[in-house]
Design a protein around this ligand. Structure first.
Ligand SMILES: Nc1ncnc2c1ncn2[C@@H]1O[C@H](COP(=O)(O)OP(=O)(O)OP(=O)(O)O)[C@@H](O)[C@H]1O
Ligand SMILES: [Mg+2]
Length: 377
């Protein structure tokens, strides 16, 4: 049976002298939902996971599995980790090296007093689920990294937890294996209907695995949305940058036009329409964020499009095989533009029209952009 996981106002301070590792984090994972926590190193992902598992005592907050509070600072309720029915998979291969695959997976069942015949059946089912049915008698040290992680996953799943927590389970694997295993992971978790919390700092992994993604920074949960929403409606510049926005244009908000803000760029020479997700006053300085994939280039002879168009010039072209990455000079700055396809259409120095869709660029107040966000630009 799938369960809901509620995290409310969760906080953890390791020391009063430093900023909290987790700062007032709240979210609800619906039964069977895969929630990904995404963010840079040190933002509090692992600490959040460890508090849900019961391995770390929160400073404050509430963690509930369905209606049961497994931690509540208001009432003092604390359920021990082994009684939370949570399975965990870590980045390092947490397998017992002196045991076979079968023995590794059997280990959690032994401690729970499950009969031998039932254990055999469950282990066989779980090994099949993770694609290791032919490896039961193999010593785990004779496995590849990907296979070891499958063993770790089988061990987390074999005692039928209500929730599974995964902390960067793929980061020790090579790129090819990572892609295969991430698809398998999602399929397996969905097949079992498990509620899952999955930690990564890889945006692509987050998008493929998660039903919703929560972006964290400095212990805070900035935004939690379905991937398509996160990419197309980022709440702030940090979220935009962390999910692949590499372009920003400096300007000033000078007015509103329906759902869009009108932004003056390049000292007033040009105006651009952009969405304005946060609170921005008229006259305020803004940074307009733009994804390289959402900008289109065309020859000056092309037809007018629904997007706003500006005259630019190709400064540099980098051929990446399946795509070309252009650096385009525009309004006194340079933008990255990505175009799919193996045949580049524009040469260096070419004059181009640059189309920017008003619904896929966002103006954020410059004052909200602090030092930390700049580090990720
Ligand atoms: N046991 C501890 N004692 C003191 N500080 C800690 C402890 N564990 C974590 N921290 C601090 O809490 C913050 C959050 O750490 P956490 O491990 O949750 O980050 P993370 O998002 O998982 O990072 P990474 O991507 O590097 O794994 C960091 O500043 C870290 O140094
Ligand atoms: Mg971590």
């Amino acid at each position: 049976m799938s369960v809901a996981l509620t995290v409310s106002n969760l906080a953890k301070s390791f020391s009063p002298d430093i900023l909290p590792a987790v700062d007032d984090v709240s979210f609800v994972a619906a039964p069977g939902e895969i929630i990904v926590l995404l963010g840079p190193s040190g933002c509090g992902k692992t600490t959040t996971l460890r508090m849900v598992a019961g391995l770390e005592q929160p400073t404050k907050g509430l963690i509930r599995i369905n209606d049961q509070a497994v931690y509540d600072s208001a009432t003092g309720a604390v359920v021990a980790p082994q009684n939370r029915q949570i399975g965990m998979v870590f980045q390092s291969y947490a397998v017992w090296p002196h045991m076979t695959v079968f023995e590794n997976v059997a280990y959690p069942l032994k401690r729970r007093g499950i009969s031998k015949s039932e254990a055999r059946e469950r282990i066989a089912d779980t090994l099949k689920l993770v694609g290791l049915e032919d490896y039961a008698e193999r010593s785990v040290v004779a496995l590849s990294g990907g296979q070891m992680q499958r063993v770790a996953l089988a061990r987390a799943l074999v005692y039928q937890p209500r929730i599974v927590l995964l902390d960067e389970p793929l980061s020790n694997l090579d790129a090819k294996l990572r892609i295969r295993l991430r698809d398998d992971l999602r399929t397996i978790i969905k097949q079992l209907g498990l509620t899952a919390l999955y930690v990564t700092h890889d945006q692509e992994e987050a998008v493929v695995i998660g039903d919703r993604i929560g972006v964290m920074r400095d212990g805070k949960l900035l935004q939690m949305s379905a991937a398509v929403d996160l990419y197309n409606n980022p709440a702030d510049l940090f979220v935009a940058n962390f999910t692949g926005v590499t372009n920003t244009l400096s300007g000033r908000l000078v007015g509103r036009d329906g759902a869009h803000g009108c932004i003056e760029l390049g000292g007033g020479a040009v105006r651009i329409l952009a969405k304005v997700p946060g609170a921005v006053q008229s006259g305020e300085s803004v940074l307009v964020a733009l994804r390289p994939e959402n900008i289109a280039l065309s020859n000056s002879s092309s037809q007018a499009s629904a997007s706003q168009q500006f005259a630019g010039r190709v400064v540099r072209r980098r051929f990446h095989g399946g795509q070309s990455v252009y650096t385009v000079a525009l309004l006194g700055t340079e933008l990255d533009v990505v175009e799919l396809g193996t045949a580049p259409r524009f040469a260096s120095d070419a004059d181009v029209l640059v189309s920017i869709p008003p619904d896929l660029c966002w103006a954020f107040a410059s004052r909200a952009v602090d030092k930390v966000a700049h580090e990720h630009l």
